[in-house]
Design a protein around this ligand. Sequence first.
Ligand SMILES: Cc1cc2nc3c(=O)[nH]c(=O)nc-3n(C[C@H](O)[C@H](O)[C@H](O)COP(=O)(O)O)c2cc1C
Length: 313
Amino acid sequence: MKLPELSLAPMAGYSDAAFREICRQWGAEMTYSEMIAARAVLMGTAKLPEDACVIQLFGADPSELAEAAELVERRAVWINLNAGCPVKKVVKKGAGAALLKDLRRLRMIVREMRKRIKKALSVKIRIGWEKDETERIVALLVEEGVDLVEVHGRTATQMYSGGAKRDVFERIRRTFEIPVFASGDIYTPEDVEELLNKGANGVLFARGAVGKPWIFKATRLWLENRERYNPFFDERRATVLKHLRLLAEEKGERKAVLEFRKFIAPYTRGMRDAKEFRKLAMKLEDFERLYRIFDEFFSSSFLDPPGLQASRF
Ligand SMILES: Cc1cc2nc3c(=O)[nH]c(=O)nc-3n(C[C@H](O)[C@H](O)[C@H](O)COP(=O)(O)O)c2cc1C
């Protein structure tokens, strides 16, 4: 399989089936599921993706993770282990980035998972728990036969502060042959170009794709033709409305309205009268009304130049 260059990152609460589909339509070459607890897979309570995506698992127990990986393997393009999530709820159970504090456990987990699945196995890491230990961690993953590593260039204790390090990709490339995807502060085609030049084989768009799923197409056009791309409002409107419809199909109208709230600000960033619009949209509970006001808002904005800002939240 040719490695994808431009992927949608795993994002709990965001990279659900609806958003994955929207990103694919805008050129995402691969998408990752939200993180799924290995234990939930074993108990049969996990909501598993039905589309072709990378399935990300999290957990702390080697045999649980290996068994879960085996169970979901059939549905996944490949399996990804979350060894980078710094959120307290996850870390206190010994999962996510906590594995970077316990490299023996990380090794056991990867070894068990590797033994149990035939498809590719990737591991998403931060560069260390408290200090940059990239080489040590990647060496371990290479030794255990991991196929790909996704690196968010911050330590776990940094959470989201400071900038994501980019020199790690040059360092990894110098020392290892394993394919690497870059993550962290990727908002523009130039960010991607820089990371690919530093030796990353691909990138994961995370916050940079929220409210701006066309970033995949914009990046592809930039890399290939040095062409700038910014969709007109009719295309943005079609995207937002489709996203809403997909979400309703996936989760029902009521839940769709609530879950779409986190996309309202990102999708309307930089637009005229966005503040008033958001205030109204955030209050609505009725799907049809929300759908209609989005339709009208984007229709009446056709004279504005497309916003040029990167999407941040
Ligand atoms: C809301 C949110 C949820 C996330 N959920 C996950 C997750 O489930 N699994 C994971 O490996 N990373 C998760 N991440 C981390 C992202 O995949 C990415 O590595 C990180 O946001 C850095 O990229 P960015 O600076 O371009 O956003 C999440 C990030 C955000 C903002």
